[in-house]
Design a protein around this ligand. Structure first.
Ligand SMILES: [Zn+2]
Length: 354
């Protein structure tokens, strides 16, 4: 399974952008994909499509889909997470009226190996280890898609196993979205990148925003003189300078999810080998030796580190190039989300023939 390197570098354009700055980001997208964003917006005025996001856990599926939605029309595109859908069902089950509606829908639309009572029990007692039966997921996804008829969907978390891949191929026909194009979006992120994303992940205890001490820090950094530790301070003014914290177990990186990553890899290979359904290939990393020809320096994820200025009692934020070995052992850089979204936009325009 080879993911081509996507060229976002434009010959003769030497301006640089700070992609963490919203104004700069806007100018950046205008330069690199302005025309194609226009085409996509135009298409979405009257049309929709369904995209299945396939990538390893923590590969940034949601980030890419949400950034695209913001550019091409937040009211037209929705990132639809199966995990969120299941969590919302917990709330429905706790509300008598809503539960009744859910049961009525399932009675009409669910077909499978379990009785409705068994299905409800599965929903109530589910654990993160066991997957819900595919037939149930199908009925639930169908229900959500019916609620969002006029929207383009980026579905995240389905298909989740080999069985579901086959269903996804016919899903659009099953639910009567016959004219909607459907697309697999495959995302390739080296495991080293996923590892660092988990290890240095910090979450705001108030607003739950997730950042990264090494790869995506906040604007304000705190320092504890006693333990000589730096920490992130949430940028959200509502959070009143709260310290962002790591989750227990995150320090182990990809260790505990190795099995899951292997399954995700197999799933992507399976999807990659299928004929008939268009595929978009997104690649997070670029070999160091090739970077200069394909991407601009400011599109590459730096590694941040901090220094404590004793005299001024201030933290200095510093960055340096971050080089790691990709899954083939090639020294590589990791791209920021923006250039990957440029690749997504350009391939969408091609696949949709607009
Ligand atoms: Zn916060």
């Amino acid at each position: 399974m080879q993911f081509p390197i996507f060229k976002t570098k434009i010959k003769g354009r030497s301006e640089t952008f700070n992609l963490t700055n919203p104004k700069d980001q806007k100018k950046y997208f205008q330069l690199k994909a302005g025309k194609d964003i226009g085409k996509l917006k135009n298409f979405l005025r009257k049309n929709t499509f369904v995209a299945y996001l396939l990538g390893k856990k923590n590969s940034g599926k949601g980030t890419y889909a949400k950034m695209l939605a913001e550019l091409a029309g937040p009211e037209k595109i929705e990132h639809f997470s199966i995990g969120d859908m299941i969590r919302e069902i917990d709330a429905e089950m706790a509300d008598r009226k809503k539960k009744k509606e859910l049961v009525a829908y399932l009675q009409k639309n669910y077909r499978g190996r379990f009785s409705i009572d068994q299905v409800l029990q599965l929903l109530e007692k589910r654990s993160t280890k066991t997957l819900l039966p595919t037939e149930l997921i199908l009925a639930l996804v169908k229900r959500e898609m019916e609620k969002r008829k006029k929207k383009t969907l980026f579905i995240d978390g389905f298909p989740r196993d080999m069985d579901q891949i086959n269903f996804s191929l016919f899903f659009r026909d099953l639910i009567g979205h016959r004219d909607d194009p459907d697309i697999f979006v495959l995302i390739n992120v080296p495991e080293q990148v996923i590892n660092e994303r988990i290890k240095w992940r910090r979450i705001c205890p108030v607003c739950k925003t997730s950042r990264n001490l090494k790869l995506l820090p906040t604007f304000k950094i705190g320092y504890k003189e006693k333990t000589k530790e730096f920490f992130l301070i949430c940028d959200n003014p509502k959070c009143k300078n709260v310290e962002m914290v790591g989750k227990e177990g995150d320090e182990l990186g990809i260790g505990p999810i190795k099995g899951r990553l292997r399954t995700d890899q197999k799933l992507m290979e399976q999807a990659f080998s299928l004929y008939g359904i268009p595929k978009i290939l997104l690649r997070n990393s670029v070999p160091v030796a090739k970077a200069e020809n394909y991407v601009d320096d400011y599109e590459i994820t730096p590694e941040y580190y901090f220094e404590w200025d004793k005299k001024k009692k201030k933290v200095k934020i510093k960055g340096k190039p971050w080089i790691f070995l990709d899954d083939d052992g090639t020294p590589s850089y990791s791209l920021l989300a923006q250039p990957v979204v440029v690749a997504l936009i350009k391939q969408l325009v091609e696949v949709l023939e607009i």
